[in-house]
Design a protein. Sequence first.
Length: 116
Amino acid sequence: MENFAEIRLRIPSDQQYKVRSMIESVLDLTDVQYSIEGKGDEDDALSLDAVFPDLHPGSAIKGLRYRENLTQAQLARELDIKRHHISEMENGKRPIGKEMARRLAEALNTDYKVFL
């Protein structure tokens, strides 16, 4: 069985048929298999909190560290803080202030707002 990726778009409802038609036209020019579903029931949508109940600003640190190929110890050295502080922030046990968010952002090549 072939694997598929799901792509969801949110567009103004008055533009849905125009956008759908354009997307189908482009996909028809390719040999890509696809299906386009109609408007779903909004009651079926789950909130971000429901899908990721443990999500918090520190969750981004671990993913960005991984992206940058850094260990907690390496990031801690770069920020001149203790390694366990990184762990506490990643686990939501230590708040991330604005200044620390800026330092993390610089070290992890991202916008500081992801940590606030």
